[in-house]
Design a protein around this ligand. Structure first.
Ligand SMILES: *[C@@H]1O[C@H](CO)[C@@H](O)[C@H](O)[C@H]1NC(C)=O
Ligand SMILES: *[C@@H]1O[C@H](CO)[C@@H](O)[C@H](O)[C@H]1NC(C)=O
Ligand SMILES: *[C@@H]1O[C@H](CO)[C@@H](O)[C@H](O)[C@H]1NC(C)=O
Ligand SMILES: *[C@@H]1O[C@H](CO)[C@@H](O)[C@H](O)[C@H]1NC(C)=O
Length: 387
């Protein structure tokens, strides 16, 4: 009896101390925590209860003549015949910037190699690079000034070799990403409208092309429409802190939550969705410069919602393991390691060692240890381990 009482007292004491500790931590961190928690609670309630997304559509709809200012840029580089006469499974736009030539070359010789895709996978995938105009000469590095070759000349030269740059004459900058997005849908509409799917991706992601192709072939054979897949952000609040790269002023977007959208790092839509998004861009105010959010607004206007695929990483990075390679679709943040990753991920050993009952059990254990961590780690979600 006495022992028990003492144990209870000790328990209570520990509990009391923990509570105090937690409370003091909360108090110290209250302000940032507060605004963060409050804005998320608000945005979630907004999404689930208020559901004011029809207002967004209404208030951002503008006359066609005015909406045209977001799309009537001239093509500086174009390839109107890219898709002509071909049964294109996937039109893949890589969003890139003029100076990122090494990233483009890495993509061309790894996951974006059209010849490899055609011969090894037996389908036509068109990989093109979407970019705007480089800054004017005063931003050029000194060596190029001396040699007299400007950025645009270098792009023209690069395009002559590879024939895969799609460029319009808006300034290539972070705050013009929405113009780049609109360019992609307009280009598909006029040059490649028969492609079964459109994908848009960052130039620092890795795409597991064989996995993606077989997945899309399956989706396509089921005749799926209204298809939009990626890593979904639900009820995300606009960021009102001026220090953030993603800062959005109230005048630009006045609601508490964005419509659902997929992370811009990489997502796929079906042909019918691409065509209707194109139509939506003809009447929406595209001054909101966060391109993936703007995509969400367009999709909301046409009544399409995004679906989650656990092996689209969003901003997250895939762990390096063959059990992951067997199922991954995209992984973000790969530049130097892209050649090694491509080699490892497409090694025939991956299929051999992950198949059969033994392989599957082994991989489940490995994936649980890699993906189900008690702390936050931006990669595929834990539930991906059980698929
Ligand atoms: C693309 O793949 C083909 C066939 O596998 C290969 O011959 C070619 O060298 C590759 N291209 C690049 C740029 O690596
Ligand atoms: C976007 O591009 C237009 C056209 O080139 C340019 O006038 C504008 O300054 C650019 N905006 C930003 C934020 O870079
Ligand atoms: C589009 O929205 C911006 C605010 O983000 C506003 O300044 C602009 O006037 C709007 N454009 C039109 C044509 O209504
Ligand atoms: C959004 O607005 C457009 C044009 O006003 C309209 O055609 C469309 O049906 C609206 N979409 C939704 C989901 O309300």
């Amino acid at each position: 009896m006495y022992m028990n009482l003492r144990r209870i007292r000790r328990c209570q004491c520990v509990q009391l101390m923990t509570t105090c500790l937690v409370l003091s931590v909360v108090m110290v961190c209250w302000e940032p925590l507060d605004s963060n928690v409050v804005s998320h609670v608000k945005s979630y309630s907004f999404r689930y209860l208020v559901n004011g997304f029809t207002y967004i559509n209404k208030s951002l709809t503008i006359p066609r003549e005015q909406a045209r200012s977001f799309s009537n840029f001239h093509y500086l580089l174009d390839h109107p015949d890219k898709c002509v006469g071909k049964d294109v499974l996937l039109l893949l736009f890589v969003k890139t910037s003029p100076e990122n030539i090494e990233r483009r070359n890495a993509i061309r010789s790894t996951w974006g190699n059209e010849t490899y895709i055609q011969t090894a996978l037996g389908v036509t995938v068109k990989v093109v690079f979407a970019l705007g105009a480089p800054r004017t000469k005063k931003w050029e590095p000194s060596w190029s000034k001396r040699s007299g070759v400007g950025s645009q000349e270098r792009l023209i030269y690069e395009d002559r070799i590879h024939g895969d740059l799609i460029q319009q004459d808006f300034l290539d900058s972070f705050h013009n990403l929405t113009l780049k997005l609109i360019m992609q849908f307009h280009w598909m509409h006029s040059r490649c409208s028969h492609a079964h799917f459109l994908m848009t991706a960052d130039d620092d992601i890795f795409v597991h092309m064989p996995n993606l192709v077989s997945y899309l072939q399956d989706v396509s054979s089921r005749g799926v429409t209204d298809f939009w897949i990626g890593r979904v952000h639900r009820g995300a609040p606009p960021i009102r802190s001026k220090d953030s790269k993603y800062y959005v002023p109230f005048e630009m977007y006045q609601w508490m939550s964005y419509p659902d959208y997929t992370a811009g790092a990489g997502y796929v839509v079906s042909r019918d969705v691409a065509d209707r998004i194109y139509q939506a861009t003809l009447t929406l105010n595209a001054s909101l410069y966060i391109d993936d959010v703007f995509m969400g607004i367009c999709a909301n206007a046409i009544g399409v919602s995004p679906q989650e695929h656990v092996y689209f990483s969003g901003e997250g990075k895939s762990p390096y393991h063959l059990c992951i390679y067997n199922q991954m679709m995209t992984s973000h943040g790969h530049v130097e390691d892209i050649y090694d990753l491509w080699k490892a991920a497409t090694d025939p050993q991956v299929k051999q060692r992950t198949s059969g009952l033994k392989g599957r059990l082994y991989c489940m254990a490995v994936k649980i240890s890699l993906l189900c961590k008690p702390y936050f780690f931006n990669t595929y979600p834990c539930k991906a381990a059980f698929l």
